[in-house]
Design a protein around this ligand. Sequence first.
Ligand SMILES: *Cc1c(COP(=O)(O)O)cnc(C)c1O
Length: 339
Amino acid sequence: MEKINWPELSFGYLKTDYNVRCYYREGEWGELEISSSETINIHMAATCLHYGQEAFEGLKAFRGKDGKVRVFRMDENAKRLQSSCRGIVMAEFPVAKFEEAVRQVIKLNERFIPPYGSGASLYIRPLLIGLGAQVGVKPAGEYMFLVFVTPVGPYFKTGFKPAPVCIMRGYDRAAPLGTGTYKVGGNYAASLVAGGKAQEKGYVAVLYLDPKEKKYLDECGPANFFAIRGNHYITPASQSILPSITNKSLIQLAGDMGMTVERRPIPVDELSTFEEAAECGTAAVITPISRIDDLDENRSYIYSTDGKPGATCEKLYTRLQAIQNGDEPDPYGWVAVIE
Ligand SMILES: *Cc1c(COP(=O)(O)O)cnc(C)c1O
């Protein structure tokens, strides 16, 4: 096998040996199937292509110091995929079957799991799409679930270092009562223009405001937002953000570290009162925010000027990674060892 340079891996696609598939036909899900093909052959009128019947997930597996492979909170991803399916009227994939598919795909691609200490991990990408041919706007009658894996390095090449984000009121990623709470491709397509503009200007992400009033914070393109003030962990409540499993985990850890957790609408103005701000999600875990530039109001909120993350972000990051890697005991039952 070609040698992989683990520490140099980017957050990208690298071909692995197998993926696992499952089809929904005539009202039921079939057996899991193993495939070594990187392509799927689908009908040109499939609803995923025309009407956006597509949802996905993202989770990671880690190799521990003890050599064991641990996958993080896959039951949560399974349940969230079901919620996304309900949101865009697709057949729900059973939780137990999801977990079995994830176990299988990890084991089948074991040689691609990065070694302990490399900073890399195995990224797991499940997706579910409408396959049935339909020309009128209607849900498909057939669906496909597929899960593939790819070894990844850190999401941001700069690593655990504060990065700048911006606010732009001219764009939304989701509508107020739309699909923001579902992990569907359409939300990502809707975020590409603003994301590209932000990147051109040197920002790693757009911090979206609530799409109805533009008064409150929502989330950063593909990651949730949280802030630290004193002993408080503060994160937005909104009807248009994706419920991040990383955020949910950090909320638990912050509470258990004795912090007060606040989940509520956060007015934009409150940004000036925070000591630390960060993005969180599976891909990047935590990305501390160095500054938030409000491009419409010509205002900046600065959280780090020395290139170092805040102490609380650092503590949360270290604690979460220790549980994921198996360096510290997992009192929550978050990790499943793949045997
Ligand atoms: C996937 C995703 C997140 C992060 O969720 P995790 O479960 O922590 O990976 C945040 N926001 C959006 C829009 C997402 O799609």
